[in-house]
Design a protein around this ligand. Sequence first.
Ligand code: FES
Length: 79
Amino acid sequence: MSEPKIAFRHPAQVQLEAGKTYAWCRCGLSANQPFCDGSHKVTEFRPLVWRAAESGEAWLCQCKHTKTPPFCDGTHETL
Ligand code: FES
């Protein structure tokens, strides 16, 4: 599996909490999109773990082809 699976061709709207750590699914196999559920263990992918800088709404990529992970950059419209 060298290419991630396209989980959805649209981003997920989520509410982030400042200072909280999140794990964004990179492989596309998670059943808990856009977050990691451990499904990557059978792939070479690893989740992107990051700490939210501020609280509020965010649009996280679910097509797994964004150039600005974990955030949607519109690339899903070209797939
Ligand atoms: S959902 Fe992946 S770039 Fe928008």
